[in-house]
Design a protein around this ligand. Structure first.
Ligand code: 4AD
Ligand code: MG
Length: 431
């Protein structure tokens, strides 16, 4: 077989006879002319079979091509604006490299459970490819953003003895006779790396035994968690709006084809630039009550509350300074109103809700120990975390952005399970 040409490079080979290797997406024929669409992972191209120009063997081979069979397709490259990808091959030869019989996913509507059962195959579909391409771009843009700003990447452990967030959503496992948890967050570890590097971040899988089946919850999701020494809660929100705007800009710049495949209205994304609106938790409660919600001061905002709040804005909106009891133990008490903590959530517009949770951290040893005790967490497990307050404490802040929720919002799709290659949900551990 001649060296294959990748489909994305066909524009450099117009008029030449090339071979592409890939998988058959669709075939159709009308007696004298027949078509095959082949995907090679870099693009798709249509091959055109003309009966009068081909040996009978090549012409007949068209009829044996089945969905997802692996093929080497040879032909002359032509520009064809109407063809997917803008080029087509005037077929001169075809070789079936490997067969594919009765491919389970057909060009018709399948139920989502069926598609999730076949996730390893569903990945090949155009919308799934587009969504995961955007995810990969957002992930790369994350590393670029923090690298450009001189953050040091710290890889944090997945097996841990300390409860990072809430005792309620832990995955436990036996660790040579001790109890280990799958990390809910890398935060405690990046905080402790601040005095070594000043600006740090981690980006990895995190785990929560969420017993909810919503469009916004996975049990395994990827989180980006920056942490900055000598940054207060306002600095923290500024970093968040710059970072989120950077992600959106990168998606617009480099994923326009994918956003089109996904049917995204990009006008809504073009607006996403700093500064984002900011409202206090107390103002959020007033707004919600004015809209008829029964929420009371002190309760955390639920998904429907977040949707009601974001209706009033066409940008992501910060809600800051929540009541202490609604948030995690490590958040710094607000000196101006000790019922609240210096924190924020960032709510995405168009009904997507919370994509970021962030806060200034409690840097006072005594108060932090009190908070650990109040939450009923075992202080022994936090000795090392408390050391940060024993040996040179300092103000610092950070946040966590959930990649799947962010990509679902940027692509305008309903459910976050499409934005991780192999989703883990309460009722799903395969494939
Ligand atoms: O608000 P969370 O729980 O914050 C933390 O974990 C902090 N330790 C972050 C920090 O300050 N370093 O989670 C942060 C984000 C949420 O805003 C959401 O985007 C995402 O993580 N997230 C989930 N995404 C998918 N499925 C779940 N079950 C999620 N739980 C949180
Ligand atoms: Mg949160």
């Amino acid at each position: 077989m001649p060296t294959p040409t990748e489909i994305r490079d066909l524009n450099q080979h117009v008029g030449e006879d090339v071979t592409v290797t890939g998988w058959v997406e669709t075939t159709r024929g009308h007696g004298k002319v027949a078509f095959v669409v082949v995907r090679d992972g870099t693009g798709v191209v249509q091959g055109v079979f003309l009966k009068k120009e081909l040996d009978a063997a090549v012409w007949d081979a068209h009829g044996t091509l089945t969905q997802e069979a692996t093929v080497a397709l040879s032909g002359v490259v032509r520009e064809e604006p109407r063809a997917p990808g803008g080029y087509e091959l005037g077929v001169t030869g075809v070789e079936v490299i490997a067969p594919s019989e009765e491919y389970p996913i057909q060009p018709k509507e399948h139920g989502v459970e069926f598609l999730l059962d076949h996730r390893h195959l569903w990945l090949r579909s155009s919308q799934q490819r587009a969504g995961l391409k955007v995810r990969a771009e957002i992930s790369q843009a994350t590393h670029d953003f923090f690298y450009e700003r001189d953050f040091t990447r710290i890889d944090t452990p997945i097996l841990t003895g300390s409860i990072g967030e809430h005792a309620g959503t832990l995955f436990e496992t036996d660790y040579f006779g001790e109890t280990a948890y799958l990390a809910q967050t890398g935060q405690l570890y990046v905080e402790s790396a601040c005095p070594a590097f000043r600006r740090v971040y981690c980006f990895g899988p995190t785990f929560r035994a969420e017993k909810s089946k919503t469009r916004r919850h996975l049990t395994e999701f990827w989180m980006v968690e920056p942490e900055v020494a000598f940054a207060d809660s306002d600095d923290n929100m500024r970093l968040q709006e710059e970072y989120v705007s950077y992600l959106v800009e990168r998606a617009l710049e480099r994923c326009s084809d994918e956003l089109e495949v996904l049917g995204r209205d990009t006008a809504a994304l073009e607006r996403v630039k700093p500064p984002f609106p900011r409202i206090s938790y107390t103002e959020a409660i007033e707004r919600l009550q004015a809209k008829g919600s029964e929420i009371e001061w002190g309760q955390d905002l639920g998904a429907p509350d977040e949707v009601l709040i974001t209706e009033d804005f066409d940008l992501p909106v910060f809600v800051y300074n929540y009541p202490k009891e609604a948030k995690a133990f490590y958040m710094k008490e607000n000196p101006e109103d000790p019922r609240t903590v210096l924190c924020n959530d960032l709510l995405a517009p168009e009904g997507y809700g919370e994509i970021i949770g962030g806060s200034q951290r409690e840097d006072d040893l005594v108060r932090l120990r009190e908070r650990i005790a109040e939450e009923g967490l075992p202080e022994e497990a936090y000795g090392w975390y408390l050391d940060l307050r024993r040996y040179g404490s300092f103000p610092h802040s950070g946040f966590g952005l959930g990649i799947e929720r962010t990509v679902a919002w940027i692509t305008g799709r309903h459910h976050i399970r499409e934005f991780i290659p192999y989703p883990r949900l309460m009722n799903r551990l395969t494939p």
